[in-house]
Design a protein around this ligand. Structure first.
Ligand code: LLP
Length: 404
């Protein structure tokens, strides 16, 4: 397999940008999108990229230029999606807490539909649409009560979570929308969770949702779109799981329903395409533990601390000597500040670059300035030997920019 982060190129990048820096591969992102397209070629779905995974304009533009749509969850993401050039008719808006202003912006932009998640939200949307004298196209996010067997923080399709509505209530939402002059039900949606490693939860959800769609038809509600959300996983720290098995499982069920299919992949498109490059500052021991302290920290990549996520670590230079177990930790003043734990490496030298892999999704987008650390820069590798800066490193001045 081709190395998407060749050491010589990474060295040159880091020399220019410094660290910590997020490095993404254009080639890998497109390869992932192509894998989806090929696997689903019989169904020709709309792939609405979940912007939250990585909302950098260059990454978003790349996906927009290659036919993807966007799944947005805030006014900010809507702004970014429009700016990146996504066709508004390929944008959908999800999330449990849209404000009137955000809904109005979505209606003004003429997006494909808004995924509604509660009765009160539907009523609020109707008022906004009435004020604007337009008809809002909606889809209801179903909570199908299916366990996707993933981390509890990223499980969304189980009853008891804040997401979606149960079938009984959803039926009332569709009836309300159908009766309204300012609402038009066009789709149905579910999103089960994230980092799902088997097609089985999708199949289970689809079979109950299919029954519900038939019930809606009997109620006189005919829909155009079936949006099965995102969530398709990546192998621990590596490539996306082959989307073919997902396509083969959901294909027959979707075809039977005759609705246009929408998917909302985030992580699977960009995770493996990104790495966080950090520099080794110090080595130290604490009792039985060996630490490598780097200039990258939990504010740059919070996934290990927050979800216990395991990101493979690759030293750019292979040092001789026996491998030992290291915790890779940052300068942030928290014991939970680590990028990896117990990784086996020969001792890196001070100044050595480490690549924290599979960091293209929910890496930069979840980063913060905690401990008053300016956010990292971002780079896109565009060819065998070419790259460009797609976000400048923040400066210390940026930290106080908005303070009055
Ligand atoms: N659609 C909806 C409505 C979502 O809530 C999400 C993710 C996606 C699509 C995309 O899911 P994906 O294909 O990326 O799994 N920060 C966490 C992941 C949170 C996912 C939230 N929702 C992490 O770093 O693992």
């Amino acid at each position: 397999m081709k190395d998407i982060f060749p050491a010589a190129l990474v060295k040159r990048i880091v020399k220019k940008t410094g660290t910590p820096v997020y490095i993404y591969s254009r080639h890998k992102i497109l390869e992932n999108l192509d894998a989806y397209k090929r696997s689903f070629s019989a169904l020709k779905p709309l792939f609405c990229y979940a912007m939250k995974a990585n909302s950098n304009g260059a990454v978003a533009r790349l996906l927009a230029q290659n036919g993807a749509g966007a799944d947005v969850v805030s006014g900010g993401e809507l702004y970014r999606a429009l700016r990146a050039g996504f066709d508004p008719r390929k944008i959908i808006f999800s999330g449990v807490g849209k404000t009137d202003g955000e809904m109005a912006a979505a209606l003004r932009a003429g997006i494909l539909f808004i995924n509604v998640e509660s009765f009160e939200e539907l009523a609020a949307l109707e008022r906004v649409a009435a004020r604007m004298k337009v008809k809002a196209e909606i889809s209801v996010r179903i909570n199908p009560d299916i366990d996707p067997h993933t981390h509890k923080f990223i499980t969304t399709g189980k009853i008891g979570s804040k997401f979606g509505v149960a079938f009984k209530e959803a039926r009332q939402l569709y009836a309300f929308a159908r009766a309204s002059r300012h609402l038009e039900p066009v789709g149905i949606h579910f999103h089960l969770g994230s980092q799902i490693d088997s097609p089985e939860p999708y199949a289970k959800a689809l079979s109950v949702v299919a029954k519900f769609i038939l019930l809606l038809r009997a109620d006189g509600v005919t829909l155009k779109y079936l949006d099965i959300g995102g969530g398709w996983g990546v192998r621990e720290g590596c490539d996306m799981l082959p989307p073919g098995i997902l396509a083969r499982t959901v294909g027959p069920l979707v075809r039977k329903l005759g609705l246009a299919l929408i998917l909302e992949p985030g992580r699977s498109l960009v995770a493996a395409a990104g790495a966080l490059a950090v520099t080794t500052l110090y080595r130290k021991k604490s009792g039985p533990k060996n630490y490598v302290i780097t200039d990258g920290a939990m504010n740059d990549l919070i996934r290990p601390a927050f979800y216990g996520a395991k990101h493979p670590v690759r030293p750019l230079v292979k040092r001789p000597g026996k491998a030992r177990r290291y915790d890779i930790a940052g300068p942030v003043c928290e014991s939970g500040d680590f990028l990896a734990q117990g990784v086996s490496l020969p001792m890196p030298s001070r100044g050595d670059i480490l690549l924290i892999l599979s960091a293209g999704a929910y890496g930069f987008s979840m980063s913060s300035q905690y401990n008053s650390r300016p956010r990292a820069s971002e780079v896109l590798i565009t060819g065998a030997d070419s790259w460009r800066l797609i976000r400048e490193r923040e400066t210390t001045r940026d930290l106080t920019e908005k303070e009055r």
